[in-house]
Design a protein around this ligand. Structure first.
Ligand code: F0G
Length: 351
């Protein structure tokens, strides 16, 4: 049968109110791509898979939670949704609101949102407001606004976002037949790691699919969960996870601990090198934050603190590389210009 989106496929497993009125862009059902060349590069002897969440309708994993949150909001009679965002949530909220005929308002940190995300939010018709502050400041403001006015908050504080995002774990188990040994993923506001852990636990209860150990990865300049305290001025090239006070930090730490995993930090250089490596070895181009999970895995393997041998590892690549093209093009040498002359072309490419 034709694929009809996440609420259609997994709705019975999600804790959503009966008033929920499905709004879908046929999100989810993303591929789990084997990454053998990258696994060998990292030392080999283990199975590595990339769950490429950049292939969701708005180019990031946020669509999983957004289909649930906007469907609930619509069914409840909401007219407007609001979120704070480093960019992907904004684009996703705007798209699902558009599809539902709702107004969307998105608050973003000034100058720190990648071009593809901002363009998406605008194209989908959101009212976009830049805050002269961080994501954390913007989140505080949208929480206050939605407490005061009948505007529905669709950040991952909204429990239905987490319900929708559990489907990532369900899909992994359904595709591989079992949970992997390890799950590696980036951590920003910590909704996704919390949702995956909840999803794996639910499936284990229902279907005995097992539980993964979870490796959550933050950027070193925005690593409150590694440092053990909030970061007032988070900084990282991976702007998606430039967050100093994760709303679901406690749950993320719990997921890491309960699973026998951990949360670590990697440098911006490690993130960018992994972004390039994944694109050049596997043909999978993800945005910088999305390479953090793999960068963390590579970091641990190199440090000898991770026993990869014989393990099945799934890494969540959360957003598409097209979201943030400037990262690649800003330092590049301009491609060479050649006259329309075969000899001149041969001279260059056969040299
Ligand atoms: N990867 C990408 C590409 C993201 O956009 C985000 C979060 C994360 C990872 C981290 O996920 O917050 O659930 O721990 N982006 C949010 C946003 C904050 O506003 O788009 P998390």
């Amino acid at each position: 049968m034709r694929y009809q989106g996440l609420l259609n496929k997994y709705g019975a497993l999600l804790d959503l109110p009966s008033h929920t009125q499905p709004v879908s862009l046929l999100e989810g059902n993303t591929p789990i791509i084997p990454a053998e060349r990258l696994a060998s590069h990292l030392g080999g002897g283990f199975e590595l898979f990339v769950k490429f969440e950049g292939l969701n309708p708005t180019g990031s994993f946020k669509d999983r939670g957004m289909t649930a949150a906007v469907s609930e909001a619509l069914g409840r009679g909401a007219k407007t949704v609001i979120c704070a965002s480093t960019g992907n949530t904004a684009a996703s909220a705007a798209a699902y609101a558009a599809r539902a005929g709702l107004k969307s308002i998105v608050l973003i940190p000034q100058g720190k949102v990648a071009a593809g995300k901002l363009a998406g939010a605008i194209a989908y018709g959101a009212q976009v407001i830049q805050i002269d502050g961080s994501f954390d400041d913007a989140l505080t403001m949208v929480v206050q606004i939605s407490d005061k006015h009948p505007i529905c908050l669709v950040n991952s504080i909204n429990p239905y976002r987490i319900e929708g995002q559990k489907t990532g774990a369900f899909e992994i188990c359904d595709t591989l037949g079992h949970a992997p040994d390890w799950l590696c993923l980036p951590v920003g506001n910590a909704g996704n790691i919390s949702a995956y852990w909840a999803g794996f636990k639910q499936y284990e209860g229902l279907k005995k699919t097992g539980l993964p150990q979870v490796l959550g990865v933050q950027a070193a300049g925005a690593a409150p969960l590694v440092l053990g305290h909030p970061v007032e001025k988070p900084e990282t090239v991976a702007t998606a996870i430039r967050i100093g006070k994760p709303a679901r930090g406690e749950q993320a730490l719990e997921a890491a601990e309960q699973s026998g995993g951990r949360i670590i930090a990697v440098s911006d250089d490690e993130i960018l090198s992994m972004q390039r490596l994944l694109a050049s070895l596997e043909g999978i181009w993800v945005e910088p934050a999305s390479a953090a999970g793999l960068a963390g895995l590579a970091h641990e393997i190199a440090a000898g603190t991770f026993k990869a041998q014989g393990q099945r590892i799934v890494t969540i690549c959360t957003g598409h590389g097209l979201k943030d093209p400037d990262i690649i093009t800003r330092d590049m040498d301009k491609p060479r210009i050649v006259a329309t002359n075969l000899l001149a072309l041969e001279e260059i490419i056969l040299k």
